[in-house]
Write a protein that binds this ligand. Structure first.
Ligand code: FAD
Length: 422
């Protein structure tokens, strides 16, 4: 019996947003990228020896952020209550897949890579307004939201510490009430956008007993850079010359009560709101990048000759292409289905989001690894950006919950009775 089937293609309204985003990038950003090739192609020219982006690159990224804000893209996924377009999780999946499948990794004005996890085109929970700051005081919203929405300023999301990564219950950063203020002391590590942010959303322990019992005890604060937090250093990783990730220090940084986001002692639950959105977006980015690498692999295998034939005629290459297709197809179906579920459920589908994060990231690394193999020596060159994609996928296995933590989350849900598959 024939049925209508499951239509996984983007609906018309999202398709038209994707088309206008592509038009915006092709007319406004790609020419800028070409003009500034000398700063953007090679990490040795992008970063200072300290690991900071060069001032020219910071300026270019800010310019793109502001352009993207004027064109309406920067805050696409920001809730309407905060002044954004309010596109939901399903739109985020479709748009991220399409964007990354078309432009590929490592284009500092358009896509992540080259040590940069965030792009200036679309803001996310680690650098812009998101449900994490929805419960900010009206006073703060009035003062800072317009600056974030216009792309003039950015923030960072400072949760992890040297002794607290997967295990957030080990946080050491303390916030103590003194009179009408809170005083924050501690060190935050691995903070994306930390080197360049104007504000930090900082998570600090406010009730050590609650923390010990894992019942809460963590509070989220909104802290402007002028209040005294410092970038201790940028952390270059995985062979990059620099990055957008930093160690931040808080040494008696004082903020008024109005800088608490939401309620005292429930900051952990706020943090998870951002992290869950981030996990789905990372999955979708990877599902798109896999498509890009698969297409590059198909094209090259048809052109490159060895032993008198295009290498696409050899079964060893065909099997790699087929395996990469299987990885890409499953990643995209998984991410789209989960985006749909997130959009249409009252509570976030946690085990499904963890499945997307773990699966799409790991699949993407496999697809880039095969692409490099299919390209032979050329695959290893910096020029082709396959290594950018491989390094990015390898990186994504750690932030926003490692692959092991995603599996832990899935298993815990299954064992608690959440065994529904679709
Ligand atoms: C590039 C990058 C950007 C980041 N950006 C941010 C950011 O913007 N803001 C922020 O707050 N943090 C950020 N992080 C921090 C990130 O969230 C942590 O690195 C991550 O949660 C892992 O913590 P960890 O590095 O301390 O590793 P650990 O938690 O020490 O883990 C070490 C190993 O043990 C495993 N492990 C730990 N617990 C378990 C368990 N219960 N069961 C099985 N295995 C386990 C882990 O999977 C891992 O393999 C970023 C990290 C990176 C690398």
């Amino acid at each position: 019996m024939k049925t209508e089937g499951v239509n996984l293609n983007p609906p018309e309204d999202i398709r038209s947003i994707i088309d206008s985003l592509f038009k915006f990038i092709d007319t406004e950003i790609v020419p800028l990228e070409k003009e500034n090739k000398k700063y953007l192609d090679n990490e040795a020219d992008m970063y200072e020896p300290s690991g900071y982006l060069k001032k020219e690159v910071i300026e270019l990224r800010k310019y793109v952020r502001k352009k993207s804000a004027s064109a309406g893209f920067l805050s696409m996924f920001v809730p309407e209550s905060l002044g954004g377009m309010g596109l939901g999780p399903l739109a985020s999946v479709y748009i991220n897949i399409a964007l990354h499948a078309r432009y590929g990794p490592g284009r500092p004005l358009i896509t992540p890579g080259k040590g940069l996890l965030i792009t200036p085109l679309i803001s996310g929970f680690v650098d812009g307004p998101s449900p994490v700051i929805e419960e900010m005081s009206d006073e703060l919203k009035k003062a800072y939201l317009p600056l974030l929405l216009s792309g003039d300023k950015t923030l960072c999301f400072a949760l992890s510490e040297p002794e607290a990564g997967s295990d957030i219950w080990s946080l050491k950063t303390r916030a103590e009430k003194r009179g009408k203020s809170w005083v924050i002391n501690g060190l935050k590590q691995w903070i994306t956008n930390g080197p360049y942010a104007d504000f930090a959303v900082v998570f600090a322990v406010t009730d050590p007993d609650m923390l010990k019992q894992r019942k809460g005890g963590i509070t989220a604060f909104f802290v402007e850079k002028e209040r005294g937090w410092k970038v201790q250093s940028v952390i270059p990783y995985l062979g990059h010359f620099g990055s957008d990730t930093a160690i931040l220090s808080f040494d008696n940084v004082e903020v008024p009560e109005s800088h608490i986001i939401g309620e005292v002692n429930v900051g952990f639950f706020k943090a998870m709101q951002g992290i869950d959105i981030g996990r789905l977006a990372i999955g979708a980015i990877c599902a798109g990048l896999s498509e890009w690498a698969l297409n590059e692999s198909i094209e090259y295998s048809k052109q490159r000759k060895a032993f008198g034939n295009p290498i696409s005629e050899y079964q060893a290459i065909q099997f790699m292409l087929a395996d990469s297709y299987i990885d890409t197809y499953t990643s995209q179906v998984l991410a789209i289905h989960c985006g749909w579920k997130a959009e249409n459920s009252d509570t976030l589908p946690v085990k499904e989001i963890s499945s997307v994060k773990a699966y799409c990231v790991e699949a993407c690394q496999r697809v880039f690894d095969r692409a490099i193999q299919i390209f032979g020596g050329m695959g290893l060159t910096n020029e082709l950006r396959l290594q950018d994609g491989w390094r990015l996928a390898r990186t994504y296995r750690i932030p926003d919950g490692t692959s092991e933590i995603q599996r832990r989350t899935i298993a815990r849900r299954l064992l608690k009775g959440d065994t529904k598959i679709l």
